[in-house]
Design a protein around this ligand. Structure first.
Ligand code: SF4
Ligand code: SF4
Length: 97
């Protein structure tokens, strides 16, 4: 499938761990990328500073759904399903002070 014009759901719902110009720590899930325009286009499309993850993302029905709202819901679920496990807590006998 082709990317829907004026969607931008993946530029909001997904987290990006690599630095983005203007977002040096990447982008948390659910936050608009600073390069997402008001009509939901990428302001740095085709430019070398566009993150590789954005260049590599391929539109597909299972993430893009049939409309923007469905894409936002599917991508939010994907973020939740692939979130990192919390660090294991240290186990073992409690040392008395
Ligand atoms: S969610 Fe899919 S259709 Fe929407 S902007 Fe991203 S790739 Fe394009
Ligand atoms: S850099 Fe462009 S494609 Fe990547 S998240 Fe930001 S607006 Fe979307």
């Amino acid at each position: 499938m082709n990317c829907r014009t004026g969607c931008g759901a993946c530029c909001i719902a997904l987290s990006i761990s690599s630095p983005i110009p203007g977002m040096p720590d990447g982008k948390p899930a659910g936050r608009h990328c600073v390069h997402l325009t008001s009509d939901y286009r990428c302001a740095i499309y085709g430019r070398p500073e566009r993150p590789a993850v954005c260049n590599n993302l391929r539109p597909a029905p299972d993430i893009c759904g049939s409309d923007r709202d469905e894409a936002l819901a599917l991508l939010a679920w994907l973020e939740w399903a692939t979130r990192p496990e919390p660090a294991a807590t240290q186990s073992g006998p409690v040392q008395p002070l």
